[in-house]
Design a protein around this ligand. Structure first.
Ligand code: SRM
Ligand code: SF4
Length: 590
């Protein structure tokens, strides 16, 4: 396989500002070390771009903006740090150290991300270095958790003791390791040359980034590894997906999917959310090379002048699958076979108590919006710390922003339940489906791109929906509701049964028609709806679903059946017409 150094072969217009910052950044160094030592509260715009590769985002507390402006003060600068955890896997010691750091160096919360990472918010500049050092000391890393590189690699985190689950978790770890940036900058800046095992120490050759080159990838690259009988990671949403096809309980090979991605911009028809599509089938021993080959094609041919058009999905739209496959075949040392037939990939959230298959049990704890924090009614952070300190289970983050406690003996499961209940944390079985399968992105006050609320708004929206669904006797019907503070899609809204996507501080687009399996893109159902009108907008459809629903039919499936055009949408643009009107004209009693 080709390992040629990066050359920007495209004849696109001039490189974007971020490309210039990357190329001139001396392999992620910039002036980061100097600013870190200096008195400034924040980094220069170029260094802000480089910091992302180190897993760090410069943010400000947006709740404080108006008040500070009134007092003649500037923004309250702070940082978000992201820890990359392949397949979401941590040891008890690692989890406890992250929990301890959340109290000492961040805002006393840990946040499980939709891609199985852990984020800290509210880290001040002076706390960045100790935090990165602690994380590395515990054999974890923030390197490559953000930035234009291969991001954290996802896989089913369930500790099921079978060859297939072990294979996908191992592969996620291998891909992460293989495609992590090699630059010595990370060590120089954060670890001071101290040798840490989680990321490689600097060498003369490594500073040249033999795979990425000085400009890295044109944009982030997201990869996941699923199983044909377990798609808990939403495999169709990523740039690169590997679906393990099973034979006798083992992964016989992988279907390679490419070109998924959900980020869009409101009113920009040239921006799209789309599902990944099959490129071919390959043997397990070629999986690593396959991801590397896709990354290399992206590196050499992705758009480096317009970041809105830079993700792999746009290259695929431009080239089509056939041309992409020809380029893949030209570079790979093995032959890609035609993709194997895939049925509907089942979804599991892995919550509650389940057997691992090795005599032990695991217990999945629901974490609303991934936020592990102590509140007045529910002290989740304390409860989890007590459990992990006492029982030392493995700890794993799911792609639904929840947590699995693994390797428990049966009596320990009951003890876990008791500790959680004592701290006000509900067992998954006590939750309504609409809450259990919900997700929201952080949005305000930390995310600089948020147009409106998400994580702080969704609980009250779910309260209202719960009441309505209870009355309609739909409490146990399959339904996923997601919310994001902007159209970038961080909580994967466009594949949900129902999604609310902020358009402004007080209005949201409402999407309907995806489903839990994540294999269909929703329609824009209603535009510019105020949160107080969400229920009124959805209620007629919910009532119809209740009265005309087929056995086990999800809201998304029901809606698609009502529309009756047999569409299985795989793509949506940033500018679509709402479908609410179409349903009216179908003489449906809305
Ligand atoms: Fe995301 C940018 C949070 C998963 C698409 N995302 C951001 C930033 C870093 C905002 C920024 O650039 O300044 C957000 C930080 C907010 C904060 O305060 O923490 C942010 N994204 C998140 C997380 C934490 C949401 C969550 O609820 O967990 C997820 C972190 C995952 C991780 O561990 O790596 C997260 N982001 C996603 C996903 C979902 C996924 O990958 O499964 C998507 C849609 C899939 C995709 O990539 O297409 C997603 N995030 C984006 C985009 C749109 C990219 C695009 O192609 O247009 C942006 C904006 C950007 O990159 O310019 C973005
Ligand atoms: Fe921020 Fe938008 Fe992502 Fe939400 S969806 S975290 S508002 S970028």
């Amino acid at each position: 396989m080709s390992t040629t150094r990066f050359k920007n072969k495209k004849s696109h217009d001039k490189p974007s500002k971020v490309e210039i910052a990357k190329s001139g950044g001396s392999f992620l160094r910039g002036q980061v070390a100097e600013t870190l030592e200096g008195r400034e509260e924040r980094f220069s715009p170029d260094d802000v771009q480089l910091l992302k590769f180190h897993g760090i985002y410069q943010q400000d507390d947006r709740d404080l903006r108006i008040e500070r402006r009134k007092r003649g003060l500037g923004k309250h600068w702070q940082f978000m740090m992201r820890v990359a955890l392949p397949a979401g896997i941590m040891t008890a010691g690692q989890y406890l150290s992250l929990d301890e750091m959340a109290g000492r160096l961040a805002d006393c919360s840990l946040r499980i991300t939709t891609r199985q990472g852990i984020q800290f918010h509210g880290v001040l500049k002076g706390a960045l270095k100790p935090a990165v050092q602690d994380i590395n000391r515990r054999m974890m890393t923030t390197l490559g958790a953000c930035g234009d590189v291969q991001r954290n690699v996802m896989a089913c985190p369930a500790p099921i003791d079978d060859p297939a689950h072990r294979a996908v978790q191992r592969l996620a770890e291998e891909i992460s390791r293989e495609l992590r940036p090699q630059s010595g900058a990370y060590h120089e800046i954060w670890i001071d040359g101290e040798k840490a095992v989680s990321s490689k120490p600097p060498t003369a050759a490594a500073t040249e980034e033999s795979f990425y080159g000085k400009a890295y990838l044109p944009r982030k690259l997201k990869t996941g590894v699923a199983l044909e009988n377990d798609n808990c990671i939403d495999i169709f949403s990523y740039d690169v997906g590997l679906v393990g096809m099973l034979q006798g309980g083992r992964v016989a090979g992988y279907n390679l999917l490419i070109g998924g991605g959900l980020g869009m911009t409101h009113n920009k028809p040239e921006t799209i959310a789309r599902l990944a599509e099959p490129l071919g089938y390959l043997a397990p021993e070629n999986a690593l090379e396959a991801v590397r080959t896709v990354a290399a094609i992206f590196r050499d041919h992705g758009n480096r002048s317009d970041r809105r058009q830079a993700r792999l999905k746009y290259l695929l739209e431009k080239w089509g699958v056939e041309r992409f496959r020809r380029e893949f075949d030209r570079r790979a040392s093995f032959e890609l076979e035609p993709p194997r037939e895939m049925g509907r990939l089942p979804f599991h959230d892995h919550l509650g108590a389940q057997r691992q298959g090795d005599g032990d049990w695991f217990y999945g704890v629901f974490v609303q919006n991934g936020r592990i924090v102590d509140g007045s009614e529910m002290r989740l952070r304390t409860a989890l710390r007590r459990i992990v300190e006492e029982m030392r289970p493995g700890v794993r983050a799911t792609a639904q922003q929840s947590l699995l406690l693994t390797g428990l003996e049966r009596p320990q499961v009951e003890r876990v339940r008791r500790i959680l209940a004592r701290h006000g944390v509900k067992d998954a079985a006590q939750l309504s489906n609409v809450r259990r399968f919900s997700m929201a992105c952080p949005a305000l006050p930390t995310c600089g791109l948020a147009l409106g609320e998400s994580e702080r708004l969704i609980p009250s929206v779910l309260d209202e929906l719960e009441l309505e669904l209870e009355q309609l006797e739909l409490k146990n019907a399959p339904l996923t509701v997601r919310m994001t503070g902007c159209p970038n899609g961080c909580a994967r809204p466009y594949t949900a049964d129902v999604a609310f996507v902020a358009r402004s501080p007080s209005t949201y687009h409402v999407f309907v028609g995806g489903r839990l399996e994540g294999d269909r893109i929703a329609d824009l159902f209603a535009a510019d709806v105020k949160p107080e009108d969400f229920l009124e907008t959805l209620s007629p459809l919910l009532k119809l679903w209740a009265s005309q629903r087929r056995n086990g039919e999800s809201l998304g499936d029901f809606y698609q059946r009502m529309l009756g055009d047999g569409s299985h949408r795989r793509r949506i643009t940033g500018k679509e017409d709402p479908t609410l009107g179409r349903l009216h004209s179908l003489e449906v009693a809305l």
